[in-house]
Design a protein around this ligand. Sequence first.
Ligand SMILES: CCCCC/C=C/CC(=O)SCCNC(=O)CCNC(=O)[C@H](O)C(C)(C)COP(=O)(O)OP(=O)(O)OC[C@H]1O[C@@H](n2cnc3c(N)ncnc32)[C@H](O)[C@@H]1OP(=O)(O)O
Length: 359
Amino acid sequence: MGASQKDFENAMNQVKLLKEDPGNEVKLKLYALYKQATEGPCNTPKPGVFDLINKAKWEAWNALGSLPKETARQNYVDLVSGLSSSSDSSSQAKPEADRKQAEYETVVMTSEDGITKIMLNRPAKKNALTEQMYQEIMLALEAASKDDSTITVLTGNGDYYSSGNDLTNFTNIPPEGVEAKAKNSAILLRNFVGSFIDFPKPLVAVVNGPAVGISVTVLGLFDLVYATDRATFHTPFSHLGQTPEGCSSYTFPKIMGPAKAAEMLIFGKKLTAGEAYAQGLVTEVFPDSTFQKEVWTRLKAYSKLPQNALRISKQIIRSQEKEKLHAVNAKESSILQERWLSSECMNAIMNFFSQKAKL
Ligand SMILES: CCCCC/C=C/CC(=O)SCCNC(=O)CCNC(=O)[C@H](O)C(C)(C)COP(=O)(O)OP(=O)(O)OC[C@H]1O[C@@H](n2cnc3c(N)ncnc32)[C@H](O)[C@@H]1OP(=O)(O)O
């Protein structure tokens, strides 16, 4: 079977994460394969002789002749995979500890006692999620899904779990790039949420402090949500001119009923940990002073349960609505793509950075 659209989109995202510049020749190949995969054979007039860069790009695309779109997509994925593994192989020469650090810059991934922990690691920015961070979380989830651990945990470093989308993701964009940015962000969002929908093992959120935006909405896709009593849960989408994501437009009404979901998702009501527990979003709340000790003791005990039984039970529960969740994710992402172009949204983000409005 050839590469799927999702493999193709993942490969496009991986290109952005390459640590080393692959050089012009490879970049031209990537460009040509991308155009062929998305538009088919070269269909534009040859640029003039002095337009050197566009001429080189055109020639690379044109050289692919009538290569079928599917083959171009597969070749693109293979080329990127070769680039990623060659940049990995330089780090494989390093000692184990170094390698773990080199792979991720914004998350810390560790595995112990049958538990893989993915820790968001931008405490000075309240673990706000940059584009790099979305990518690294996806890569970490992919790795965790294949390692020999039983349970996967997502948590935050510092006093916050996460303050949600890093609002700088939508700043400093030249006017001519705004639409492309919204489109790429919607693809990234869809892939990010998709990796939670498809995650095959028990997934646990250890909510070590306040959670905002997308870090709250995806909780509906976790199997357990443990929270410190210091945590709060806030989805201020309307304040930001935005709309729900993370499948929350579907999972929240199911979890807490439409009235409570509307209070959070439409009106931006911030819940305490106790309220989130009462509404079914949180599995259990622990006093902050004993939170880490109690949660990890519990999880270590759970991780000793038969691994396959846990995984299969999770899959039975979740597989019933996977298709629905992917459809909701696609719809939410496409609505947000439009929202990000609205003046309501742009003004709200500018207000945050001019410190007029804090949530
Ligand atoms: C690819 C795109 C996918 C998009 C998916 C869409 C998702 C939607 C959402 O997630 S909506 C939610 C977005 N998040 C917010 O609006 C939160 C904004 N932040 C705040 O309101 C506050 O920072 C706070 C309440 C989280 C914490 O306030 P506090 O006063 O305690 O701390 P500071 O404001 O001083 O924060 C410390 C520094 O961290 C920076 N920062 C915090 N959160 C964000 C953020 N979300 N984006 C960008 N930067 C953030 C803050 O600016 C401070 O930086 P500084 O030290 O350089 O000033």
